[in-house]
Design a protein. Structure first.
Length: 98
């Protein structure tokens, strides 16, 4: 499924929940959109290379306010972005309407 072409980037913050992150990335893999994972876990997510269109930033120990918004802006190459937790998924139709 192509969602908004390459107009939108999904940003997923995560911390020590790689099993949830893996499930979420499996779901979004079919969307064919750029995905930016910002992970502050102690250990890097080893399965990131299994997914398409995923850029992975490992920032161990950083709290959410420090790892999101300003630091990630330079990594987002699309006009729009949306954020989703590592344990939530959003229907493609909802994203397209936004």
């Amino acid at each position: 499924m192509i969602l908004c072409g390459k107009q939108i980037t999904l940003v997923i913050p995560t911390y020590n929940r790689h099993s949830l992150l893996e499930k979420t990335l499996r779901y979004y893999d079919a969307f064919n959109i750029p995905i930016l994972v910002v992970d502050s876990s102690d250990v890097a997510f080893k399965k990131v290379s299994c997914f398409h269109n995923v850029e992975y930033l490992h920032r161990p120990g950083e709290e959410i306010p420090h790892k999101l918004i300003r630091p990630i802006i330079d990594y987002v190459k699309t006009p729009y972005m949306f954020m989703s937790a590592d344990d939530m998924v959003i229907a493609p139709e909802a994203v397209a309407k936004c």
